[in-house]
Design a protein around this ligand. Structure first.
Ligand code: IPE
Ligand code: IPE
Ligand code: MG
Length: 243
C-alpha cells in the first residue's frame, strides 16, 4: 500500500479463529493462541509502519472465563509469558502498551505483569497498543456510569464517554473481525457507534500484513457520513481542499 494514502488513525481488531486454526492442524487450542501472539506481533509492526496511531485488540473477553479451565489457564500463562518476551521489542519500536479491562479480580502475578509492561512502555510515542483483556463493552459502560454516579457527576454522552477505559482515545475508525463470524461479541460497544466494520474469513493466526492491507483498502472505499447525506460529505471535502 502506498504510504501517502490516508490510513485510519485507530484500528480495532477482534482476533478470532485461533481455536479453529489449531483444530485444523490437530493441535490443542492453546497452540492456536500461541500462533495468535505471533500474528499480533506482526500486526503491531505493520500498523506502525503504515502510520496507524492506535491499535486496539480484543484478547480475552469477560465471557471467555466460561471456556474450559485448561484453555483459560493456558491463555493466562501465555499472557504472562508474552509480557516478559515481547516488551523489550515493543519499547524498541516505540509502542505504548495499555491494558483495557477489569483487573481487580486477576491473580497478582497477572496484574503485576500488566502494570510492569505498561510502565516499561510508557514512553512509546509511535503507536498506542490497547490490549483489551478481561474486557466487556457492557462492563465498561456500567463501570463508567457507576463512577460518575459515585462522584455525583451528571451523566451525559461526553462525561460517560470520557469515563470509559479508553475515554482519552478517539473512537476506532475501523473494526476488523477475523475468523468469519459477523458479530461484535461485547467489544467496544460504546466506541463502535460510527466505526466502519470489516469482516474476513482469515483465521487470526493467518492474518498478515497483506490481510491488513486488504482491510485498509476496503476502508478507503467507504464513505463515512455520520448521519449526513453523501452530497454534504462531498461538499465538506471540497471546502477542505479549497481552504
Ligand atoms: C480468539 O480465538 C481468541 C480468544 C477468544 C481468546 P478463539 O479461541 O475464539 O478461536 P475460535 O473462534 O474457537 O476458532
Ligand atoms: C471474541 O471472540 C473475543 C476475543 C476475540 C477475545 P469469541 O470467540 O469469544 O466470540 P464468540 O463467542 O464467538 O462470540
Ligand atoms: Mg472465537
Amino acid at each position: 500500500m502506498n504510504s501517502a494514502e490516508p490510513v485510519p488513525a485507530h484500528v480495532a481488531i477482534v482476533m478470532d479463529g485461533n481455536g479453529r486454526w489449531a483444530n485444523r492442524r490437530f493441535l490443542p487450542r492453546v497452540a492456536g493462541h500461541k500462533a495468535g501472539v505471533s500474528a499480533l506481533r506482526e500486526c503491531v509492526r505493520a500498523c506502525a509502519v503504515r502510520g496507524i496511531q492506535v491499535l486496539s485488540v480484543f484478547a480475552f473477553s469477560s465471557e471467555n472465563w466460561n471456556r474450559p479451565k485448561d484453555e483459560v489457564s493456558g491463555l493466562l500463562e501465555l499472557l504472562v509469558l508474552a509480557l516478559s518476551r515481547e516488551v523489550p521489542q515493543l519499547v524498541a519500536d516505540g509502542v505504548l502498551l495499555r491494558f483495557v479491562g477489569e483487573r481487580v479480580s486477576l491473580a497478582d502475578v497477572v496484574r503485576d505483569g500488566l502494570q510492569r509492561a505498561e510502565a516499561a512502555t510508557a514512553m512509546g510515542r509511535r503507536l498506542r497498543l490497547n490490549v483489551c483483556f478481561n474486557y466487556g463493552g457492557r462492563w465498561d459502560i456500567v463501570q463508567a456510569a457507576q463512577q460518575l454516579a459515585a462522584d455525583g457527576v451528571e451523566i451525559t454522552e461526553e462525561s460517560l464517554g470520557a469515563q470509559m477505559l479508553m475515554g482519552q482515545v478517539a473512537d476506532p475508525d475501523l473494526i476488523i473481525r477475523t475468523g468469519s463470524e459477523q458479530r461484535i461479541s461485547n467489544f467496544l460497544l460504546w466506541q463502535a457507534a460510527y466505526s466502519e466494520l470489516y469482516f474476513c474469513d482469515t483465521l487470526w493466526p493467518d492474518f498478515d500484513e497483506h490481510a491488513l492491507d486488504r482491510a485498509l483498502l476496503d476502508y478507503r472505499r467507504r464513505e463515512r457520513r455520520f448521519g449526513k447525506t453523501s452530497a454534504q460529505v462531498l461538499a465538506a471535502m471540497d471546502n477542505q481542499r479549497a481552504a
